[in-house]
Every structure is written in structure tokens, then in C-alpha cells.
Design a protein around this ligand. Structure first.
Ligand code: SAM
Length: 267
């Protein structure tokens, strides 16, 4: 059986869009409600390529996890993991190294419900329903501690999540707290909305007004999440340009440069 932990009893709220379900909409999933689809329709007015952006994010997630496995990493703490979709972190990692261990952390109650079904037969993967803004609680969680050995390198994954933390919640301090808990040789993997296109302010206003979160930060701000760690080549770049399997020809579209990301290693 999969490791599970659920201190949350909150019901699924279908009156407001949720980050996890809205992301499911852009990934063409089925685990969403009308309110989530209406939100995405509003965003698509400003960013018609929003569906492609989600696909680029899932693609770099797969490339990044394979890269991390190649570096010898066998433990993954996937923070803000999202609803199960295709090529989830444990599937990518365990297809290369069946011994790889993955803990998914998400605060959306639907993620636990769907994760439980997906992981029923996998004892090297767990789902924790918790708020990643509380690193001390997550690092002390029994399911996390059972699956992750913090004396060995860990991949701390914050893929498509830090833009959902407001500046005054100190996302930089939260990243630092996780990275302080893992040893040298651990990695940090971040992807993030960027203010790299003319409509970014309007998009940010819509995200904040309807969803309540969604910061489009500068490349410098995104890069500063990696402070104290060594960025691996090619650094913090538009998602399709991070170690692509095929060359990305020509000038990047808005969708291609809307999110930036990278991976760094803890020295
Ligand atoms: N990491 C996945 C990916 O990139 O494909 C999913 C990204 S999805 C856009 C962001 C996820 O973070 C959602 O599932 C949402 O529920 C979760 N999330 C948002 N705020 C969170 C918080 N404070 N604590 C834990 N999870 C959170």
C-alpha cells in the first residue's frame, strides 16, 4: 500500500476555482468543474497559448526528473505536485530506476483522493495532503520520513508552484527551509511564471482577481530562488530551452517564454 497522510478534512469546494483543477483543465484532464473551466477561459483571453504552457511545463518535468535520475538522485520531494496526469514524477523516475522514492505534497483534497487510487500498488511512493508553506511540518511528517532518507541527496521539486505564493509569504525563505534540510548533492528544481511578455501584468491581475494567486516574476527574481546553489547548464531559461530533446528553432512564442525554470545542485 502507498504511504498516506491526511490531517485535512476540508471538502472539495466547487464554488471557487482551484489551482490543481484549473491546471487539470489546461492539461485536458477530467478532474475539474465548471468554475475551473470558466477561470481558464478568462485566462485564455489574455494568454491564448495557456494550454501549450502547461504542456511545456509537463515536458520539462519529465526531462528534469530523468536528468536527476542520471545524476544518481533516487529521492524526490514533489511539492505542489498536482492532480495525477500522464507521466507523473514517480512513473518517470521509476521507469528508469525502480527503486526511486517519491513523496507528493499538495494541499488540494482532490489530489489525495486521486493519488490514493494511482498509488495503491506502489510502496515507494506517498501522497501527503499538506501546505507546503509549512516546511517544518512537512519535513516532520511520518509519511515523508518513512520514504525519504534526509542523510542522502533529495530532489526538492517546486515545479509550477512558487508563482502561487505571494511575496509576503516569503517563498524564498520557504525554498531555503527545504534546502537546509537536505544534504550536499541534493537538487532544487523550479519552474515559474515570468514577466517575459507584454501581457504579463494583465495576466497577473486576472490570476490574482479570480484565483487569488499567480505572480509573474522577473528572471532575476526566479533565479534568486537558487541562491547558494550551483545552477546546472543551461541555467534559468524558458522551459522549452532547458535541455531540449530537439532544437527549438526561431524566436520563442509568448507561450514558450511564459515560464522559466532550472535545476541547481546544493554544493
Ligand atoms: N507540479 C505539478 C506540475 O508542475 O505539473 C503541478 C503544478 S499545479 C500548477 C500547482 C499545484 O500546487 C496544485 O496542485 C495546487 O493544489 C498545489 N498547491 C498550491 N498551493 C499549495 C500549497 N500552499 N501547499 C501545497 N500545495 C499547493
Amino acid at each position: 500500500m502507498a504511504e498516506q497522510s491526511n490531517k485535512w478534512t476540508s471538502a472539495i469546494d466547487t464554488t471557487k476555482p482551484s489551482i490543481a483543477r484549473a491546471y487539470d483543465v489546461v492539461l485536458h484532464g477530467k478532474d475539474n468543474f465548471e468554475v475551473d473551466r470558466a477561470f481558464v477561459a478568462e485566462i485564455a483571453k489574455v494568454i491564448p497559448e495557456i494550454y501549450d504552457v502547461a504542456a511545456y511545463n509537463r515536458q520539462i518535468l519529465g526531462r528534469g526528473v530523468r536528468f536527476l535520475i542520471d545524476q544518481g538522485v533516487t529521492q524526490f520531494l514533489d511539492l505542489g505536485s498536482g492532480l495525477p496526469t500522464v507521466q507523473n514524477t514517480h512513473q518517470v523516475a521509476q521507469s528508469v530506476n525502480p527503486e526511486a522514492r517519491v513523496v507528493y505534497v499538495d494541499n488540494d483534497p482532490m489530489v489525495l483522493a486521486h493519488g490514493r487510487a494511482l498509488l495503491a500498488e506502489n510502496d515507494r511512493t506517498g501522497v501527503v495532503t499538506s501546505d507546503l508553506r509549512e516546511p517544518a511540518a512537512i519535513l516532520a511528517d511520518e509519511a515523508v520520513k518513512r520514504l525519504i532518507d534526509f542523510s542522502r541527496p533529495v530532489a526538492v521539486m517546486m515545479v509550477g508552484i512558487l508563482h502561487h505564493l505571494h511575496d509576503d509569504e516569503d517563498p524564498w525563505g520557504i525554498v531555503e527551509a527545504y534546502m537546509a534540510a537536505v544534504p550536499s548533492g541534493s537538487h532544487l528544481f523550479v519552474t515559474h511564471f515570468c514577466d517575459s511578455f507584454p501581457g504579463s501584468r494583465e495576466a497577473e491581475e486576472k490570476y490574482l482577481a479570480i484565483l487569488g494567486t499567480g505572480r509573474f516574476r522577473t528572471v532575476a527574481e526566479i533565479t534568486s530562488f537558487f541562491k547558494g546553489h550551483d545552477l546546472v547548464e543551461p541555467g534559468v531559461v524558458p522551459l522549452p530551452q532547458w535541455r531540449p530533446e530537439e532544437d527549438v528553432p526561431g524566436e520563442l512564442s509568448v507561450g514558450q517564454r511564459l515560464m522559466f525554470g532550472g535545476i541547481a545542485v546544493k554544493p
